[in-house]
Ligand binder design. Structure first.
Ligand SMILES: [Zn+2]
Length: 257
């Protein structure tokens, strides 16, 4: 049933000619667009146009990979099953609503018809034309809605049944997604548990490192003292130089005057 529904979605969004693509992208992993084109026996551009149309409704997902040699991107596609089913559900609900309104209007309002032109008028429009056909002048006949009503009701029942089936598929798909998410969580938990066993080893290493650092502290202090002395000497030298410079400047100014 899922296969049929996914095909229905493609037919609604793109058209009957693209129907087959639904089977090709109903996969676990994303499918190479060139492979899709090959299997459908159409060009890559035609394939992309179909996929873009479905993508406009958010019913497919894609990933892209860069071809290192040629430098262009190849896209990989996959149908979003849950979103597609929910899309179909919305369409069915809309149709059901329309049919209900049509049935109600056929049951409560009068309709008139010109039997020779086969044109239909509702009560208001028929009254506007004084119940005379504007095309041929023939008097309207009251329309018998029994047959049409039967047809509308049959249609309504059919779509309601399909809607129930879509809802079953939606439930299945949600359960499937939940299972996959649980699997992922379990996987991550397992991955987290592994380093916990390794932790004590890491802590030991840290302690060892700290010990190594502690030992040469005295040496470091000595080095720092040496460096500080050097710095002091440099400062003194610099001060002397500055003083010399100032004196020189003064003497230059005096000369200028
Ligand atoms: Zn007529």
């Amino acid at each position: 049933m899922l296969k049929k529904f996914l095909r229905d979605v493609v037919v609604i969004v793109v058209g009957k000619q693209a129907e087959e693509i639904a089977d090709l992208i109903n996969t676990k992993k994303h499918v190479n667009e060139f492979l899709i084109a090959k299997k459908l026996d159409i060009t890559i551009n035609q394939t992309r146009n179909i996929l873009y149309k479905i993508s406009d409704h958010g019913l497919v997902s894609f990933i892209r990979k860069k071809d290192k040699r040629k430098g262009w991107y190849t896209y990989f596609w996959k149908v979003e099953v849950l979103k597609s089913l929910e899309f179909l559900k919305r369409i069915f609900l809309k149709k059901i609503n329309q049919l209900k309104n049509q049935i109600k209007s056929r049951q409560t309002k009068g309709f008139y018809i010109c039997e020779s032109c086969n044109i239909e008028f509702n009560e208001e429009n028929a009254l506007l034309h004084n119940f005379i056909c504007p095309e041929c002048g023939k008097v309207f006949a009251k329309k018998d809605n029994t047959k049409l009503l039967r047809e509308l009701k049959r249609n309504l029942d059919k779509i309601r049944r399909e809607l129930a089936l879509v809802e079953i598929e939606i439930k299945k798909e949600k359960e499937k997604i939940e299972k996959e998410q649980l699997k992922e969580i379990k996987k991550k938990l397992k991955e987290k548990k592994k380093p916990v066993r390794k932790k004590p080893a890491k802590e030991k290493k840290k302690i060892v490192k700290k010990k190594i650092k502690k030992e040469p502290k005295k040496l470091i202090k000595k080095k720092i003292k040496k460096e500080q002395k050097k710095a002091l000497k440099k400062k003194k030298v610099l001060k002397k130089k500055k003083v010399v410079k100032k004196i020189k400047k003064h003497s230059k100014k005096k000369r200028k005057k």
